[in-house]
Design a protein around this ligand. Structure first.
Ligand SMILES: C[C@@](CO)(OP(=O)(O)O)[C@H](O)COP(=O)(O)OP(=O)(O)OC[C@H]1O[C@@H](n2ccc(N)nc2=O)[C@H](O)[C@@H]1O
Ligand SMILES: Nc1ncnc2c1ncn2[C@@H]1O[C@H](COP(=O)(O)OP(=O)(O)O)[C@@H](O)[C@H]1O
Length: 283
């Protein structure tokens, strides 16, 4: 492949815990959450064009070209860096959309890092993460590429080193609206802040879980079935449900039983994103 072309991974994330501390005046919620990446995700291919045009060639059902976070990220970076180059982009999409595993945010971050490299912009991670935050609260952690404890709306990040377990991730066939969950009157919004690091054991709750489980029987069902084997948790605002295992063999065994009736996959947790591992090898 020429130096003008690049294929990069776009991993999923899990929220290993998620606490809601309160609601800000602008309606957004103050969170504390622990992000870890999965060695599992989409793959984006980029080819530089010299006419300035930005074109995503893969169609997404229900997402118009210009609303796609990949295109939005590329356009913002091109504008803010005054770059005259353009880009052709293709994606192999395997991550479910609206599943709480951050596919859209990850795609945006992979685009920012990929184009920074191909367009030779020389932006550092601080600057790319700040631009990423304007696209979504979860974009900065994907730009930085290290497992992290996040505060604020997810933008204040400190690196963390949670155990890298093997996860069974179940994908209930429903798309959960983040806005709908955050506006539910029954949502717990007053969890006291954790003040010590690393996050003490026993703080693995996701405050969104009761509201999501109440509204979505498919999520409830996945939690019940996985819960027969290990602690079953919700990532983000769902819909995906996950549980950790010490080995691939154990995760595979449980997954084989559950995926007879449900959709799901097995993936290893990783504290350094596979995107960053790939970029490191390029340098
Ligand atoms: C809660 C998390 C945890 O990772 O959930 P997932 O989306 O991954 O499930 C994320 O921070 C989500 O971030 P993101 O997906 O960027 O959310 P946005 O699209 O910006 O927000 C959708 C809507 O949810 C509400 N919202 C979102 C984040 C937040 N901290 N407080 C909120 O109240 C707002 O009403 C907002 O309009
Ligand atoms: N490249 C993209 N990949 C996935 N979703 C995208 C993308 N661009 C825009 N979207 C929109 O963002 C929504 C949330 O996407 P996603 O990040 O997959 O979910 P979540 O935030 O729940 O993890 C999707 O339902 C879709 O409408």
């Amino acid at each position: 492949m020429s130096a003008q072309t690049l294929t990069l991974p776009s991993p999923a994330k899990l929220n290993l815990m998620l606490h809601i501390l309160g609601r800000r005046e602008d309606g957004y919620h103050e969170l504390q959450t622990l992000f870890q990446f999965l060695d599992y995700g989409d793959e984006l291919t980029f080819a530089v064009r010299d006419d300035g045009v930005i074109r995503l060639h893969t169609e997404f059902e229900g997402v118009p070209h210009d609303s796609n976070l990949i295109v939005k990220a590329a356009k913002k970076l091109q504008e803010q860096s005054d770059c005259n180059l353009g880009i052709d982009i293709w994606i192999e999409k395997i991550l479910p959309m609206g599943g709480g595993i951050g596919g859209g945010s990850s795609n945006a971050a992979t685009t920012l890092l990929g184009l920074n490299h191909l367009w030779k912009l020389g932006w550092d991670h601080d600057r790319l993460a700040a631009l990423g935050l304007t696209l979504g609260a979860d974009v900065p952690v994907f730009v930085r590429g290290h497992a992290a404890f996040a505060e604020g709306v997810g933008e204040k990040l400190s690196p963390e080193y949670p155990e890298e377990l093997w996860y069974v991730v179940l994908v209930p066939q429903v798309s959960v609206s983040t806005a709908e969950i955050f506006s539910d009157p029954l949502l717990t919004r007053n969890t006291p802040p954790i003040k010590v690091r690393p996050v003490p054991k026993g703080n693995s709750r996701n405050d969104c879980l009761p509201v999501v489980a109440r509204r979505y029987p498919e999520v409830r069902n996945a939690l019940n079935l996985l819960g027969k084997f290990t602690e079953a948790k919700l990532t983000g605002t769902g819909s995906c449900v996950f549980g950790g295992f010490p080995s691939k063999a154990e995760a595979d065994k449980v997954s084989a039983l559950l995926t007879e009736t449900l959709t799901g996959f097995v993936a290893k947790g990783s504290n350094v994103s596979m995107l960053h591992r790939t970029l490191q090898n390029l340098l």
